[in-house]
Design a protein around this ligand. Structure first.
Ligand SMILES: NC(=O)c1ccc[n+]([C@@H]2O[C@H](COP(=O)([O-])OP(=O)(O)OC[C@H]3O[C@@H](n4cnc5c(N)ncnc54)[C@H](O)[C@@H]3O)[C@@H](O)[C@H]2O)c1
Length: 293
C-alpha cells in the first residue's frame, strides 16, 4: 500500500499567538503535514485592546486538536513582550522535541483611533507586541536554527505592512517595521541556510475583526451589523465571491513558506489577500467642497 509522507514530516514548528485564529489554523495545517507543534499565547487581556484576546483553555484546545491529528503538541503560556518567557517556551519545546525547524511569529493585536488621539499606552502596546514581539520571537529561536544551519522563519505582516490604513496608524507602523526586520533577518541568517519571509494576510475573519468597532469601520456606521460587515468585505478583494478570508486560507501560504517547496525563497513578502493589494486606488468618500468643484 502506498503511504503518503507529509510535506513537513519530522519537523517542529514554533507558533506564537497559537491559542486561536490564524495561529491555531497554522498549527493544525502544519500538523496535518506531519509537524509537531510548540504553541505560545498570552491567554490574557491587554488593556488597550477593545476585543477579547485568547482566554485560559484556548491553548490547550489547540494542543488537543493537534494531538487528534496524531502529532505532538507543547502549549506554553508566554507573552511575546517578555524575552525570558519566550526563551523558556523555546527551552520547553526543545526539551520535548529536541529541535525547531519552523518559526511563525504570528501573535498580534489591533485597535482603532485617529493618529493624534492614540494614547501613549495604545501606541506602546502595539509596538511592543506587533513589532518588538516579532524581534523577540526571532531572538529566542534563531540561535538554535543557526546551530542546525537550517530553518524557515515566517513573520505575519498584513496588507497594512505595505499600504497605509486610516484609523490605526500604530498597527500600520508596527507592521511596516516587521517588513524591515524580516528583510534584515533574511540577509543576516541566509548564510546559515535560514530563510525569513513574511506572509501578509488580507482581511481575515478572526476575533480581531469580529467586534462592533470593526463593523463600524467596514460599514461606515456605528450600528453596522456583522452581516453588513461580511458583505462590505467583498469590496476589499478582487476575486469573485471572496470577502473575509478564513484563518486557514493564510495557513496555506504559511505551509508553503515552511516547506522545502519554497527553499529558494527568502526576504519575500507573500500576500494571501484575494487580490486586495492589486486593487486600484479608489477614494470611496472624497471631500468635494464647492470651491474645489
Ligand atoms: N484578522 C485580520 O484581518 C488580519 C489581517 C492581517 C494580519 N493579521 C495578523 O495576523 C496575526 C494573527 O491574528 P488573528 O487574525 O489570528 O487574530 P486573533 O486575535 O484571533 O489572534 C491573535 C492571537 O495573538 C495572541 N496574543 C496577543 N498578544 C499577545 C502577546 N503579547 N503574547 C502572546 N500572544 C499574544 C492573542 O491572545 C490571540 O490568540 C496578527 O499578527 C494580526 O495582526 C490579521
Amino acid at each position: 500500500m502506498e503511504t503518503t509522507v507529509g510535506r513537513l514530516a519530522g519537523k517542529v514548528a514554533f507558533i506564537t499567538g497559537g491559542a486561536r485564529g490564524q495561529g491555531r489554523a497554522h498549527a493544525l495545517r502544519l500538523a496535518e503535514e506531519g509537524a509537531d507543534i510548540v504553541i505560545v499565547d498570552l491567554e490574557d487581556q491587554v488593556a488597550t485592546v477593545p476585543y477579547d484576546l485568547a482566554r485560559d483553555g484556548d491553548l490547550d484546545e489547540t494542543a488537543a486538536l493537534v494531538e487528534k491529528l496524531d502529532r505532538r503538541a507543547v502549549a506554553v503560556k508566554a507573552d511575546v513582550r517578555d524575552q525570558s518567557q519566550l526563551d523558556a517556551a523555546v527551552a520547553e519545546g526543545l526539551a520535548a522535541f529536541g529541535q525547531l525547524d519552523i518559526v511563525c511569529a504570528n501573535a498580534g493585536i489591533w485597535s482603532r483611533a485617529p493618529l493624534h488621539e492614540l494614547t501613549e499606552n495604545a501606541w506602546q502596546d502595539m509596538i511592543d507586541i506587533n513589532l518588538t514581539g516579532v524581534w523577540r520571537t526571532i531572538k529566542a529561536t534563531v540561535p538554535h536554527l543557526i546551530e542546525r544551519r537550517q530553518g524557515s522563519i515566517i513573520v505575519t505582516g498584513s496588507t497594512n505592512a505595505v499600504r497605509g490604513g486610516p484609523g490605526y496608524a500604530h498597527y500600520v507602523s508596527a507592521k511596516h517595521g516587521v517588513m524591515g526586520l524580516m528583510k534584515s533577518a533574511a540577509l543576516e541568517y541566509g548564510v546559515f541556510g535560514i530563510r525569513v519571509n513574511a506572509v501578509c494576510p488580507g482581511f481575515v475573519d478572526s476575533k480581531m475583526t469580529d467586534w462592533q468597532g470593526c463593523y463600524e469601520m467596514t460599514t461606515g456606521r456605528p450600528d453596522g451589523t456583522r452581516q453588513e460587515h461580511m458583505r462590505a468585505a467583498h469590496h476589499s478583494t478582487a476575486l469573485a465571491d471572496v470577502g473575509m478570508l478564513a484563518p486557514g486560507a493564510i495557513s496555506e501560504g504559511v505551509l508553503w513558506l515552511a516547506s522545502d517547496e519554497s527553499r529558494f525563497v527568502t526576504g519575500a513578502i507573500v500576500p494571501v489577500d484575494a487580490g486586495h493589494l492589486a486593487l486600484p486606488g479608489f477614494n470611496g468618500s472624497p471631500v468635494i467642497s464647492d470651491v474645489a468643484v
